[in-house]
Design a protein around this ligand. Structure first.
Ligand code: RNT
Ligand code: ZN
Length: 410
């Protein structure tokens, strides 16, 4: 590590300082990778899904709140840095009685609140506007059916009250992200009315500002069953966010298959104070593959760091894969996100900017290229060390985990 430090010093980078900065940035871990986005409600029908579908048949899916929490503890032991937990409304624990989503209350999350406090995790939240009979027709908040739309408006409001309880219990903000699956498979003649209805429904859900509750709205281009039209498109929510208190949520997998989001950040953050990020990895038509330390992810964090805006973005994860060991999938994605953050923070930004300013473009490119082979692995290992987490050795724990749950979860 001493050598690594010196390499970076030559470029004006203080590795120890960078590591500390990186460790302190919270990453909000989604609860839904543990159980393939199934949730804890008494399930009616998988076809109520609203386009969210985890594929793969790897054994060991968590089937209860306790199993999800146990899995998350395994994960938390192997990921460095500070974290939050991102819950969905369908992870309410209502005991023997089933509670309609528009009647959910903070009490139904008391297990989560207690556990999160013990783990020192702040909680974030999401209303679940899918996987429900009232999502079956493909429209929720934008439904023309007043009963259905009313139900989802009440659900949104109930969830904001729950987010308020989270914020109070943890003494810090709770981010609540509103994503709806609404859209059409093919050629709607009226693209207008659903958007008008979504706008007024959101106004109703979000009308009262709640201290400690940070609302976000998430756009999408297309989904399973909504290939042609998604009501809550990027343009819709970018405008909505600019005219309301809600943050815009950018999911890396919610754009055209070859479209990336890093170039949007410096544009949107001219007008928005902050953004919510759903860190994900699109793969052809799927938006939620396990996150890897790849060029796209690196470009996002590089942009944020180059604009000194890491602290203006709330970082949440959104991926799910049922085809591999689920807890390992978590660890891979969370570590990849932290790595991308570290790599960005280790970039000699001021030198690069200076060269660009002076028109010394070849030198700028050369410097960028040289920094790619700096001893990043040593800095990463040091970060893991400092956070009290194993380096690559964690891979050896996967087999033991499989053996441990194999007998019970099938
Ligand atoms: C769906 C959105 C949304 C969900 C989660 C489960 O396309 O990305 O964020 O993945 O709410
Ligand atoms: Zn998302």
């Amino acid at each position: 590590m001493q050598d690594a430090r010196r390499f970076y010093e030559d470029y004006g980078i203080d590795v120890d300082h960078v590591i500390q900065t990186c460790i302190n940035v919270p990453i909000s871990i989604h609860c839904w990778q543990a159980d393939d986005v199934v949730g804890l409600e008494a399930k009616s029908d998988a076809s109520d899904s609203g386009g969210i579908l985890a594929t793969g048949g790897h054994p060991g899916r968590a089937r209860s709140g306790d199993e999800i929490r146990a899995d998350l503890e395994w994960v938390l032991d192997r990921v460095p840095g500070s974290h939050r937990l991102n819950l969905h409304a369908m992870y309410a624990e209502t005991g023997a009685t089933s509670v309609p989503r528009d009647e959910l209350e903070p009490d139904h999350f008391s297990n989560w609140i207690e556990w999160a406090a013990g783990q020192r995790l702040g909680l974030d939240f999401n209303p679940t506007y899918f996987a429900h009979p009232y999502a079956k027709e493909g429209f929720t908040l934008s439904s023309q059916n007043r009963d259905i739309q009313g139900f989802w408006i009440r659900h949104g409001k109930a969830c904001r009250r729950i987010a308020k309880a989270f914020a109070e219990a943890q003494n810090s903000d709770c981010v609540i992200n509103h994503w709806i699956p609404d859209g059409a498979k093919d050629n709607p003649i009226d693209r207008w009315a659903p958007r008008a209805r979504l706008r007024s429904a959101l106004d109703e859900v979000l009308s009262v500002p709640i201290p400690g509750v940070v609302d976000a709205v998430e756009s999408k281009l297309f989904g399973l069953g909504s290939e042609d039209y998604v009501v809550g498109s990027f343009e819709f929510y970018a405008q909505y966010a600019s005219q309301s208190n809600a943050l815009l949520c950018l999911d890396m997998g919610h754009f055209h298959p070859t479209e990336t989001i890093h170039d949007k950040l410096s544009a949107l953050l001219q007008f928005q104070d902050d953004l919510l990020l759903h860190v994900s990895r699109p793969m052809r038509w799927d938006s939620d593959h396990v996150v890897l330390f790849d060029d796209n992810l690196r470009a996002v964090f590089a942009e944020l760091n180059r604009g000194a805006s890491l602290n203006r973005v709330k970082i949440a994860l959104d991926f799910f894969d049922a085809s591999i060991n689920r807890v390992a999938a978590y660890v891979i994605g969370i570590r990849a996100t932290r790595k991308a953050m570290l790599a960005a923070l280790l970039e000699p930004v001021s030198q690069l900017k200076q060269l660009e300013l002076e028109g010394r473009f070849a030198e700028k490119l050369a410097l960028l290229e040289e920094t790619k082979t700096l001893p990043f692995g040593a800095a990463w290992n040091e970060l893991c060390d400092r956070a009290g987490v194993a380096g690559a050795e964690w891979i050896q724990d996967i087999q033991a985990y499989e053996a441990n749950i194999g007998g019970t979860r099938g």
